[in-house]
Design a protein. Structure first.
Length: 132
């Protein structure tokens, strides 16, 4: 029988363009769910954050690319760049679960990207796990 586990996780963020690691938090959710194999769906609330999967060590390169590709200035509205980045990257992701762990390379991290210039902001990440 397929099990379903849901949890809302609060993450304190600062930004702009700061990556906050989520892999350990997601792995704890998997352990808590008691699901061995299935899928994990994560979604961050809001129109400006993003969820990304990156190889560790490429964080600076990724942020540098984004800030050159989508400049912070020249927009009619002050944080339009943040909305655009979030739209291009996505506010949700799906990852397979195998043997009670994310089916990702061990050198891979799941990040919440805070795009706005905020300090001590709270982001809600909804985690849902389906499997057996």
């Amino acid at each position: 029988m397929v099990k379903v586990f849901s949890k809302l996780v609060e993450i304190r963020t600062l930004g702009p363009m700061v990556l906050h690691p989520l892999r350990n938090i997601l792995e704890r959710c998997i352990k808590e769910s008691d699901i061995e194999n299935g899928i994990l769906y994560a979604s961050v609330e809001g129109a400006t954050p993003a969820l990304v999967i990156l190889e560790r060590g490429l964080e600076s390169l990724f942020i540098n690319f984004l800030t050159k590709f989508i400049p912070f200035t020249g927009w009619e509205h002050g944080n339009a760049y943040a909305h655009l980045i979030s739209t291009l990257l996505s506010t949700n992701l799906v990852v397979p679960i195998e043997n009670r762990s994310l089916a990702l390379n061990s050198n891979t991290e799941v990040y919440l990207l805070e795009t706005r210039s905020v300090h001590n902001h709270s982001r809600s990440v909804a985690v849902e796990i389906h499997g057996v």
